[in-house]
Design a binder for this molecule. Structure first.
Ligand code: NAP
Ligand code: 12T
Length: 337
């Protein structure tokens, strides 16, 4: 067990990034019991000052001694940094919550979404993996449906924002949008094609099976979180020119017949979900409304007219919050609870 304390020494690895900055603000917002907060990044950002809970904290360079005396380490600096440093943090006695894809599918490493599988959390020093952003918001919405009706198959298409790629994705969409509107030449460095005013059916790299890694994360991580290899997920992941929040269109086929009124009530009562579903008033979840919020927003809930046991709905969440930083801090809260 992690030693119970009033307050914990916490480090954020990748603190200057899109996810890391959100972690720092969420730790303060949720009044996580922080004794000392260390902020780490590469030599590029060492010396930079970030504010935490009204205080200034100077960013230090990640190195061998970074984890001495630390209780909890939140990693968000990419998979190679996690592979190199997360085991060192564990050796130093930390619980590591890792946002990267490095350890998610390792058998002995828990992959946790607190609303779905809190029991999987490890309370002793070791690594706990945070799922991919597109997986997290989908499984929060699927959990009550699976418990009540048993899900057989999910067909999902994502509409993912550029902040999923970090600060450089945000910068590329902003620059391309300005250049496009002022009729300048458009340069692309982060994405393989222009992302401004376009949609790219390509997130992360392609695999031999014709799917992208991002798509296979949705398949494999969902099965691991639900501890059910028979739960079929058929994904298409798409990058869209949106800054914050991922949207997803889901078709969910169940074992048992669905009562749509009951399903809407069930979703509305479930933890972490906010149902926004008044099409008569043009109300449904929107990326611009989900940005900065904690809940997974669900709407456009309707029966599939072509299948007796299937529903369609729309799921939107802030990928930097529930999709990454918030889920990681919630895992840390479970660890110390
Ligand atoms: P980002 O904005 O590009 O930030 C990257 C951060 O990592 C920066 O703080 C950067 O520091 C730091 N970093 C990079 N290389 C480093 C090194 N060698 N040593 C120390 N620090 C280093 O990216 P992001 O969007 O925040 O994403 C970061 C990680 O979170 C990635 O692993 C990504 O896959 C993951 N992520 C997960 C989810 C999820 O769904 N769970 C969502 C989005 C991202 P400098 O300022 O010094 O460059
Ligand atoms: N390629 O954490 O580009 O596995 O949106 C998250 C986001 C990988 C991850 C993205 C990615 C991850 C993206």
């Amino acid at each position: 067990m992690i030693i119970k304390k009033k307050k914990y020494n916490v480090v954020v690895v990748g603190a200057t990034g899109a996810v890391g900055r959100t972690m720092v603000s969420i730790l303060a917002e949720r009044k996580f019991p922080v004794e000392k907060l260390s902020l780490l990044a590469s030599s590029r950002s060492a010396g930079q000052k970030l504010s935490f809970d009204g205080r200034e904290v100077t960013v230090a360079e990640l190195g061998e001694g970074s984890f001495d005396g630390i209780d909890i380490a939140l990693f968000s600096a990419g998979a190679s940094v996690s592979r190199q440093y997360a085991p060192k943090a564990v050796q130093a006695g930390c619980v590591v919550v890792d946002n990267s894809s490095a350890f998610r599918m390792e058998k002995d490493i828990p992959l946790v979404v607190p609303e779905v599988n809190p029991h999987a959390v490890r309370k002793a020093p070791g690594i706990i993996a945070n799922p991919n952003c597109s997986t997290i918001q989908m499984v929060v919405a699927l959990k009550p449906i699976h418990d009540r009706y048993r899900i057989k198959r999910v067909i999902v298409s994502t509409y993912q924002s550029v902040s999923g790629t970090g600060q450089k994705g945000i910068a590329e969409l902003a620059q391309q949008s300005q250049d496009f509107l002022s009729k300048k030449t458009i340069k692309n460095e982060v994405y393989p094609h222009q992302i401004a005013f376009n949609c790219l059916p390509h997130i992360d790299t392609f695999l031999d099976n014709g799917y992208t890694k991002e798509e296979m994360k949705m398949v494999n991580e969902t099965q691991k979180i639900f501890e059910d290899d028979t739960l079929a997920v058929s994904p298409t992941t798409v990058r869209v020119p949106v800054f914050y929040s991922h949207s997803e269109s889901l078709n969910v086929e169940t074992e048992n017949p669905i009562n749509i009124g009951e399903l809407k009530k069930l979703l509305a009562q479930s933890p972490g979900i906010c149902v926004v579903d008044s099409p008569e008033n043009d109300e449904y979840p929107l990326a611009i409304h989900a940005a900065g919020r904690d809940e997974v927003m669900v709407g456009r809930i309707r029966l599939d007219l072509t299948h007796p046991k299937a529903v369609n709905f729309w799921v939107v969440a802030d990928n930097l919050r529930k999709g990454a930083a918030l889920n990681a801090v919630q895992i840390a809260e479970l660890v110390i609870s």
